[in-house]
Design a protein around this ligand. Sequence first.
Ligand code: PBG
Length: 324
Amino acid sequence: MVFPIVRPRRLRQSAVLRSMVRETRLSPEQLIYPLFVVEGDQVKKPISSMPGQFQLSVDHLKKEAQSLKDLGIPAVILFGIPSQKDEQGTVAWKKNNIINRAIQELKEHAPDLYVITDECFCEYTSHGHCGILKNGDVDNDATLANLAKQAVNHAQAGADMVAPSGMMDGMVDSIRAGLDEEGFQNVPIMSYAVKYASAFYGPFREAAECAPGEGDRSTYQMDPANAREALREADLDVSEGADILMVKPALAYLDIIQGLKDEFDVPIAAYHVSGEYAMIKAAAQNGWLDEEKAMMESLTSIRRAGADLIITYYAKEAAKIMRR
Ligand code: PBG
C-alpha cells in the first residue's frame, strides 16, 4: 500500500494523537542529578562554565533534597571535593571525609533519596589523575585496592549504589569483592563501563576541581573512534558483576548506547555530561536556540537510543517541564 492511501501525516494531526503514538517517553524517575559537594558552611558557589549549577556545602543538601523530591527526581550522584589532596588520594577512604558527610546528611534528612557515589580518585589526588601514578601513568592494579576501600567507605556511610568512573581494568571485580567482604552484597554497582576520553568533560573539571596537572586520560579512557571496543568493555564489566552499564558522554555516542542496549540485558545508563549541558546553555544565552526544546530533544534522543536512566545537570529543569 502506498500513497495516497498511506499518509504518515494522518497520525500527526493533533497534539493528543501525537502523544498517543509517541514511541519514547521521558519521565522524572529516569533522571539522576549530579551534585558537587565542598567543604565549608553556607557555600553555594556558582560553576561558571555550567550556569545554574553550584558547588554546595553539606548544609545546603537538605534543601536540595527537598527540591528534588518535589520534582519527582529519585536519585543523585555525588562528587566530593576535598580540601586536602595527596599523591594517592588517601582522603577518599577516610571516615569523615566530605563525601561521607554528604551521604549522612542526605540519609538523615531525605532517607528516600537514592544516593549514588562516584568511585574515582581524580578529585582526591594532587596530580588530578584517576589513580596512583607510576612513571607518569596510572598504575592500574595498585589503584584497584584503593577503589575497593573507597567504595566500602561510601557504603558504610550509607551510599545506596556505587559508580566506578576511573576506567581501570578489573575495577568492578575489585569493588564487588570489597563490598561483599564487608557485608554489602546488596549495594549495586553502576559501572562507567564505556567512558570515552572526551573533550565534553571540560566544564566538569572546573566543577570538581579535577583537571589532570600533566597529560590526559587517554591511557585509561577510551578512544572516541572505537565502537567494537565498547562492547568488549561492557562485556567484561557484566562478567565482573556490574548491575548497570553506563555510556559516557551521551549525545555524541548514541550509537554506542544503542549497541549496548541491543547486546546486554542489564539496565543502561547514559551520562549527559557537563559539556553537553554547557553547549545548550551557552547557545540559549546567546539567543541562538530554544533551551527548553533543545534540552528535551536531547534527553528524548538519549532515551530513544536505549538509555533507561540519564544522569543530567538538566534533571530539575526537565522535570519541571514534565510536570506542567
Ligand atoms: C571522573 C569523572 C569525570 C566526570 C564524571 N566522573 C571527569 C573525567 O573523567 O575527567 C565527567 C562528568 C561531566 O563532564 O559531566 N571522576
